[in-house]
Design a protein around this ligand. Sequence first.
Ligand code: SF4
Length: 802
Amino acid sequence: MTPTTLPFSQFVVKVHSRCDLACDHCYVYEHADTSWRRRPKVIGGDVLNAVAGRIGEHAAAHRLSAVRVVLHGGEPLLAGPDVLRHAAEALRAALPPGCALDLRIHTNGVQLSHAFCALFAELDVKVGISLDGDRAANDRHRRFADGRSSHPQVLRAVGLLNEPEYRHLFAGLLCTVDIENDPVAVYRALAELRPPAVDFLLPHATWEQPPKRLPGGGDAPYADWLLAVHRLWEADGRPFAVRTFESVHRTLRGLSSLTESLGLEPSDLAVLETDGTFEQADSLKTAYDGAPATGMNVFAHSLDDLARHPGIAARQSGPAGLSAACRACPVVRSCGGGLYAHRYRADTGFDNPSVYCGDLMTLINGIAGSGGSPSEPTTVPAQGGEPQLSAALAPAQLDELARGYGSADTVAALGRSQLALTRAMLAAAWDASGQGRAEAWELLSELDGVAPAAVDAVLAHPYARAWAARRLAGDLAVGLGPLAALAAAAAVRAGRGDAVAVPVRDGWLHLPTLGRVAVPDGEAVVTGRADGFEVRAADGSVRTALDQPLRRVRLAGGWTVALEDVDPLRDSHDHPVAERLPEAELLGWTGALREAWELLGRDLPGYAEGIRAGLGTVTPLRPGPAGRDVSSAARQAYGAVGIARPATAPTLALLLAHEFQHVKLGAVLDLFDLHDRADDRLYFAPWRPDPRPLEGLLQGTYAHLAVTEYWGTRTAAYDGLAGEAAGRARAQFALWRRYTAEAVERLAESGALTGLGVRFAEGMRESVEPWLAVPLPAAAERDAERVRRERDAGGRLRSVEV
Ligand code: SF4
């Protein structure tokens, strides 16, 4: 059966429905909903087994690669070790092979002991602790029923989790904001405890029960409070994760939010009570008595049944589920209308902006304006007409890309957004290296101020980002040398006399965008001069010229493409790269590229302009087996395509167009979520025998828009002519237009596209539909059908055949 609902991948399981504290801001016991009074205190074994079974069944049906389960309460430690062990073991046993369990417990910490920690270490349960800050802040709400402070017990619990044997269990702190607390004192108190993460939570409130305001406290006191914390967090170098801040940073760059309380991602959270009833998000308890109820329970209903509940569906419908005010709001992409519960008003239900609307807008604009976001904000007020989606790309430009094309201006805009991303990734990779201040980084920073064109030129080099991506993915073997090499290349381009040391490996000093110099291994010092450069090698020898310059091919119309065969990081494509090209091969490439460029201008004029604006590098790959054409774009190397030189120029033209589609779409996906990233189902592309993730189908479809148009143009050129070439063009056109149209529909029917993704698919459909109406001889359709049957019989169809 094909699942038709968005899957849940996060589950809150209530294992105990009472608490040993009496916090007056608690949404479970102190707000409108009183259902807890009617529930068993401790979850039963039969309920636990049924819960585990339902989650396992759901994970299998939706082929989930991971689920997160949070054991919650009340106070979950009150359930006792036996119940917690039962929960962990039942959940692990029920999940299908290949589905990982991220199991957590959220506790007030009062009962946490060595024995519990040892149990959690054995069962791999991460622990999150609620703590509102320093003692004064914590005691404002988090007290025992008799008024005693819980602060000492919570600090003891955090101390336990900071012991070396349990530190890996420490998931973080959950801090509920109170604007009467001093944000500086709260931040410092939390930071002192060295948490890996802190969640700052807005106190639950609705339009019926608005949040506390202080006399003279300003229009957006919660934003002011959080922005004060944000400034300290940035000044300290972001010492721990803060989902609220990181979500704003991410959504400003077009990425997904990390928390349900911000952003437009559909909710994927289900809540199970101690009696086995399903509820909607716990925060709804704040709205009205019975608000979270679904009328469903784990014994009678599956999680797919729950997903069809209208209340859940409303939280999964993205922008369509928001109020009109939110849909028109300039920061909606980052805000998403805030937490669902905070929108409640008695007369209009949830069809309202958040009761924290002013705070959310001030917070998002404050973070965007702080320079904390590594790229320009992606959602900005409209200049009139349609709201702008992104500072990087106008709506009309996104629509143009969706149809497969991309003018020089549009592709240049993608290039600028990629450059901003590369800068951010380099900074993050450098931060993560823990090197503090160092010569190469300082030089790059200094040159950025005085010679920005030199820095931009080297950072726009496709494999600059590839280095950062490898470092951020944990590949430390790549070393810090490439960053020093980037600084050296920028120094050479700036020509101001700056010097920087660069480690040399394998006898070559590589200067990105320039070429390489043969010097002994060790540390070489590169000095950029107005009239060239000087390399002083580890053995004292001095070189002033490149032994292997990066070679560029000049193409008609005066633009050049680099043939990258010297950068050690060019090995970022799916296929092995060629070694330095010998002269004869270089000549072969030069002729083939010139001819291919002419063919692109003739056969794909709607694509050629964008290719010229964005394709800076062709990286030669080794030939494929048995002469198979090989080409590849790398998501982390914008502006480059890898290709093994094919036998003919027309094939090269088609490979360039095909791969540059992947380059463009990769840049679009870095700006916008076009699909649900949590959707881990696999989809068949019509031209492949193996199923792929949705993004693979999207990429393949987008690339074949260009392929189809190429064959459509060739077919038109052969109009009225007979012969083998004409017949093949018609058959290829018949095949690829059908496949591409099918793939567009498959994407549209996936149910996993975001609103923007649906719009993007409509753009692709707009290009495909006219091709389907082009009349073709029956023989062409028969040939296409024959190829299709051969593919269905098990052969892999090459996507590019000339
Ligand atoms: S800031 Fe206000 S209007 Fe804008 S999306 Fe958020 S809640 Fe809605």
